[in-house]
Design a protein around this ligand. Structure first.
Ligand SMILES: NC(=O)c1ccc[n+]([C@@H]2O[C@H](COP(=O)([O-])OP(=O)(O)OC[C@H]3O[C@@H](n4cnc5c(N)ncnc54)[C@H](O)[C@@H]3O)[C@@H](O)[C@H]2O)c1
Length: 340
């Protein structure tokens, strides 16, 4: 599940999602009518960038022939533009969903993730609701997203492609592209007016309650959906410690064993499952008779597990350099965000 097509890739959420998935090792093809060539850093992360109009059926056929594992579909007019002519609005908000699913399901697509909206519910009560709450859209934006959701549900039942609808509420966060259509979103608007006008002014009487989600958390959630219910997903995480009674019962079941016990060489051959992948986080200095007078060891007895584990991180030189690399990556990313 690593070849991903993102439609609406240059939009506010799409651009961030593309960047997040590409940095996480996915092969991302970005599709949008906007040409992002001015954003060379972002473009360089993509497997491919395709500029086109989603209303064009031949474009959809070309894309379907490229055998993606996952499609994430984020194209829609915003809630202001969705109130124009039904023909135009449905040609962007609805028909492409149908055309995409019609073509891609014939080519064995694994997963289709559709970005819908909380607007499908219509008028919301003041209490917390769940997905069983009835959908009664009160604007064309909600209506067209509900129509697309139904198309997804239809293909989910009829084909082997898993189709997932995500009903998003209010996202926030800095845009990846300055020109992204995002400044009307509440938190972004408050930040912008705070900087530009030195004031924060609510457009309401302050009584409405909303929930907010950062664009990065949206990307994390989409990755969870991409990974779920396939061979690489559905991992069961079990947490143990050095005092867990009969620790071996658990460690012997683990396909991936992450060890951070703080006890030198505690995990030996009898603790692990054949073929397990081991990440040894421990690092200790044990006195010995060598010239240096000590050896560096982890929490796993590396010699003992040799030949039974399929892979193990070395100590030293395993988790440490990776931690440093991630710190550097996060620092660079923070600097990039600040310079925007
Ligand atoms: N941003 C939010 O907080 C939010 C909340 C709820 C739902 N959603 C939904 O999530 C999805 C993405 O939202 P967003 O904020 O990133 O929207 P956006 O408007 O920033 O992005 C949409 C992208 O689609 C592209 N596009 C439009 N028409 C096209 C066409 N005919 N062919 C090819 N590309 C076309 C645009 O160029 C744009 O880059 C939308 O479906 C939106 O309704 C967003």
């Amino acid at each position: 599940m690593n070849k991903v097509l993102i439609t609406g890739a240059c939009g506010y959420l799409g651009a961030r999602l593309c960047k997040y998935l590409a940095k996480d090792g996915y092969r991302v093809t970005a599709f949008d009518s906007y040409d992002p060539s001015a954003h060379s850093q972002w473009v360089s992360l993509m497997d491919e960038v395709v500029v086109g109009d989603i209303r064009d059926e031949s474009t959809i056929s070309d894309l379907a022939d490229r055998n993606f594992d996952v499609v994430v579909h984020l194209i829609s007019l915003d809630h202001h533009k969705s109130e124009s002519s039904p023909n135009i609005v449905s040609s962007i908000n609805v028909m492409p969903t149908w055309n995409l699913l019609n073509k891609f399901t014939q080519n064995g697509l694994g997963k289709f993730i559709y970005f819908s909206t909380i607007h499908v519910y219509g008028k919301l009560p003041r209490e917390t609701i769940n997905e069983d709450y009835p959908s009664n859209p009160i604007n064309a934006y909600g209506l067209t997203h509900l129509l697309s959701e139904n198309i997804c549900n239809y293909y989910n039942n009829k084909t082997n492609t898993e189709c997932i609808n995500v009903r998003l509420s209010n996202s926030y966060g800095s845009p990846v592209f300055k020109e992204n259509n995002c400044w009307w979103l509440v938190i972004n608007d408050l930040c912008k007016t705070a900087i530009e006008k030195n004031e924060i002014r609510l457009q309401s009487d302050g009584s409405p309650q909303r929930d907010f989600i950062h664009g990065d958390d949206v990307a994390v959630a989409i990755e969870v959906l991409i990974k779920s219910k396939n061979n690489n997903g559905n991992g069961t995480v079990t947490l143990c410690h050095s005092g867990t009674s009969d620790l071996k019962t658990y460690t012997r079941q683990a396909d991936i064993l992450i060890v951070a016990l703080g006890v030198p060489k505690m995990i030996t051959r009898s603790f692990i499952k054949k073929g397990a992948v081991i990440v040894d986080v421990g690092i200790h200095r044990l006195p010995n008779n060598s010239e240096k007078g000590y050896e560096i060891v982890g929490d796993v007895d590396q010699q003992s597990v040799e030949g039974k584990a399929s892979a193990i991180t070395p100590v030293p030189g395993g988790v440490g350099p990776m931690t440093i690399a991630m710190l550097v990556e996060n620092t660079v990313e923070a600097a990039e965000i600040q310079s925007h």
